[in-house]
Ligand binder design. Structure first.
Ligand code: MG
Ligand code: MG
Ligand code: MG
Length: 306
């Protein structure tokens, strides 16, 4: 039976590209492995798959009795619900270390870089396996997405070098233009149901025993949200109640102005004041320079709620 590679719930381009790229690598070195996904894909990820000629990985939510590689997360709440009944062969990730544990030895590649695919590129190099052109394109797209075309503070020299090498393999001459094309697809939010937007890139966290949900929408121009902000705000309040969450935040990130307007609903009125030194006005606050949920939003919030 093949092993599976699976990324986090509400899969993003990194989770999907990681599943495809790692499956190919593992299979190449004699471990039959197939990519899988925990949910529906975003327009950005569908764009990448179509561009480089891939089918969507198998939708699979239960892994009891299976062998799996976990990519792009190590927090239990973000992985398969029955992960405790699976055998975890490895974790490849670029987030804070989460709470997934195992009862058997495993392979771990965790690095503080901008994207899981940067680590997977290192794994290809380690095993001396050539990356096929199409997989290189997919990996490059994932790194440009996760690093917001190198603007995110999570971006490292390793990420930039990887994109240059992968673009070369994929035959993409102007990778920044490719990145802009991808973010244009990502910015097409008009006409999408409000709940779909709120959940498009949404993660739950356990912070000091409190369930906190944080969504993020990255666009080229924040004004696209002007007419829908009230609806987004109302919907995150509903989502908070439905999931018995302590707080829900939605980051509306402007990748050109390089900052995020954050919509907030919380049991704690001083949530953003305590975490970021800025209070909300009408449930909103602008955080200048904030592009990264994992590096700039989660850690201060985690500290203030601990
Ligand atoms: Mg991810
Ligand atoms: Mg990632
Ligand atoms: Mg992201």
């Amino acid at each position: 039976m093949p092993a599976y590679v699976v990324g986090h719930k509400i899969p993003d381009s990194d989770s999907i590209a990681s599943a495809i790229a790692l499956s190919y690598l593992k299979t190449s070195i004699g471990e039959p492995t197939v990519p899988a996904r925990l949910g529906e894909l975003s327009p950005e990820t569908l764009f990448l798959l179509e561009r480089f000629g891939f089918e969507q990985p198998e939708l699979k939510t239960s892994y009891a009795g299976e062998e799996i590689y976990i990519v792009d997360h190590s927090d239990k709440v973000q992985g398969p619900d029955d992960i405790d009944e699976a055998t975890i062969l490895g974790i490849i990730d670029h987030h804070k270390l989460g709470d997934i544990t195992t009862s058997t030895p495993l392979e771990i590649w965790v690095r503080p870089v901008g994207c899981t695919n940067t680590i997977i590129k290192m794994m290809y190099d380690f095993h001396n396996v050539a990356i096929p052109k199409e997989i290189a394109g997919l990996m490059m797209g994932a790194i440009l997405s996760d690093t917001v075309i190198f603007k995110s503070p999570t971006c490292t020299t390793a990420d930039i070098k990887c994109v240059e090498a992968l673009a070369d393999i994929a035959g993409i001459e102007d990778y920044k233009a490719f990145g802009m094309e991808m973010f244009t697809v990502k910015s097409a939010v008009l006409g999408t149901p409000i709940r779909d937007l709120v959940l498009r890139d949404f993660k739950d966290f356990n912070m000091g025993g409190k369930k906190v949900g944080i969504g993020q929408l990255e666009v080229l121009d924040l004004s696209i949200f002007d007419a829908m902000k009230d609806d987004l705000q109302a919907d995150i309040a509903t989502l908070k109640a439905e999931g018995e969450r302590h707080s829900v935040m939605l980051l509306l990130t402007d990748i050109m102005k390089e900052g995020s307007e954050v919509l907030v609903v919380s049991d704690d009125n001083d949530l953003t004041l305590n975490a970021y030194g800025k209070a909300t006005t009408d449930g909103k606050v602008w955080l200048d320079g904030v592009l990264s949920r994992k590096k700039q939003v989660v850690p201060p919030l985690q500290d203030s709620l601990a």
